[in-house]
Write a protein that binds this ligand. Structure first.
Ligand SMILES: CC(C)(COP(=O)(O)OP(=O)(O)OC[C@H]1O[C@@H](n2cnc3c(N)ncnc32)[C@H](O)[C@@H]1OP(=O)(O)O)[C@@H](O)C(=O)NCCC(=O)NCCS
Length: 294
């Protein structure tokens, strides 16, 4: 196996990982002082394309994930290069690999300050700033304003009413088909809640566990009021920290979450390659499923 310390990065083989690589992925996160996030890594290994450069020690020298939504859109995440291999072109090598794989899709990602210079060199433009809000969310005695979704996550069976309506709504808002991925998410999730009016389903949101934290996303809603109600009703189940990633273009939602105890842990730049418009109706997308996937 070529050693990344003395091989030109362009010549290093890139390997597709599988669930058997979970421990190596977690070790790489820890090397970069990121949370281990075993559960999220496993979801990515099972449902996204995870690529890596191997190190001769048997560890991973670097990773990146690609989630393709047909040929329309693709999300990049978990761009990590082990500290001892930093600054040798491995980040660029992995990014070039996934960009070639993504083809003509609209490619997006959330960038830390460390990744942004590389992404800018590869043609990404910042189109927003997203805050990771984390804390113990105080729910109080707010009235419940949403209801649990009645989902049959088996897409081979006839879709029940909620699932069919939810996938149609998500398709409109996200702008690309992710029905299969959402079915996997619903099986992995704690809870899925919906809002509705006389016309039918108007929004939905999902909570899922990652370590000791309850993550909330995606959140699809008609307005900030409805998004807030979905988040509050999902947070009722939390027995510890809650996290939601929301764009700064949602000041009222962020302010209300701040008042209830969710403060900014860090922020990332939302970047799209070539500054292309995102598909769908993103005005109704209040939080992504996870930053690594979109
Ligand atoms: C970000 C990260 C993946 C970069 O990996 P890397 O292998 O060190 O990156 P590379 O050696 O391929 O360098 C990438 C390019 O960015 C450039 N670059 C890096 N930091 C820069 C800076 N502060 N200003 C300008 N350019 C910078 C490099 O010069 C290089 O340019 P080149 O390819 O034209 O020579 C790595 O630092 C890392 O894992 N950081 C911690 C985790 C993280 O924040 N990941 C990003 C998540 S969005």
């Amino acid at each position: 196996m070529p050693d990344p310390l003395n091989t030109p990065a362009a010549e290093l083989p890139v390997r597709r990982l599988g669930p058997g690589d979970l421990d190596r992925c977690v070790a790489l996160s820890v090397d970069r002082h990121w949370a281990p996030e075993e559960r999220k890594w496993l979801f990515l290994l099972e449902n996204a394309e995870v690529y890596a450069i191997d190190a001769p020690s048997g560890d991973l020298a670097g990773t990146v994930t690609l989630t393709r939504y047909g040929t329309t859109a693709a999300g990049i995440g978990m761009m990590l290069v082990a500290t001892r291999y930093g600054g040798r072109g491995l980040g660029r090598r992995l990014m070039t690999h996934v960009l070639d794989t993504a083809g003509d899709a609209t490619v997006f990602l959330w960038a830390t300050e460390f990744g942004r210079p590389l992404y800018e060199k590869l043609g990404f433009e910042t189109v927003g700033v997203t805050e990771a809000r984390v804390g113990r969310l105080r729910v109080g005695d707010d009235p419940v304003r949403t209801r649990p979704a009645d989902l049959d996550a088996d897409l081979d069976a006839d879709l029940d009413a909620d699932l069919g309506a939810l996938l149609a709504l998500d398709g409109e808002v996200f702008g690309a088909d992710r029905a299969e991925l959402l079915a996997r998410l619903f099986a992995f999730a704690e809870e899925v809640r919906v809002t509705e009016d006389e016309t039918g389903l108007t929004g939905y949101a999902v909570s899922w566990r990652n370590g000791g934290t309850l993550f909330i996303g995606p959140v699809v809603a008609d307005d900030e009021e409805a998004a807030h109600a979905l988040v509050i009703d999902l947070a009722r189940r939390a027995d510890g920290l809650v996290r939601i990633d929301a764009d700064r273009s949602r000041p009222s939602l962020l302010h209300r979450l701040g008042e209830r105890g969710l403060s900014e842990a860090f922020s990332t730049c939302f970047m799209v390659r070539g500054g292309r418009p995102m598909p769908g109706d993103r005005a109704r997308m209040f939080a992504p499923m996870m930053l690594a996937m979109g």
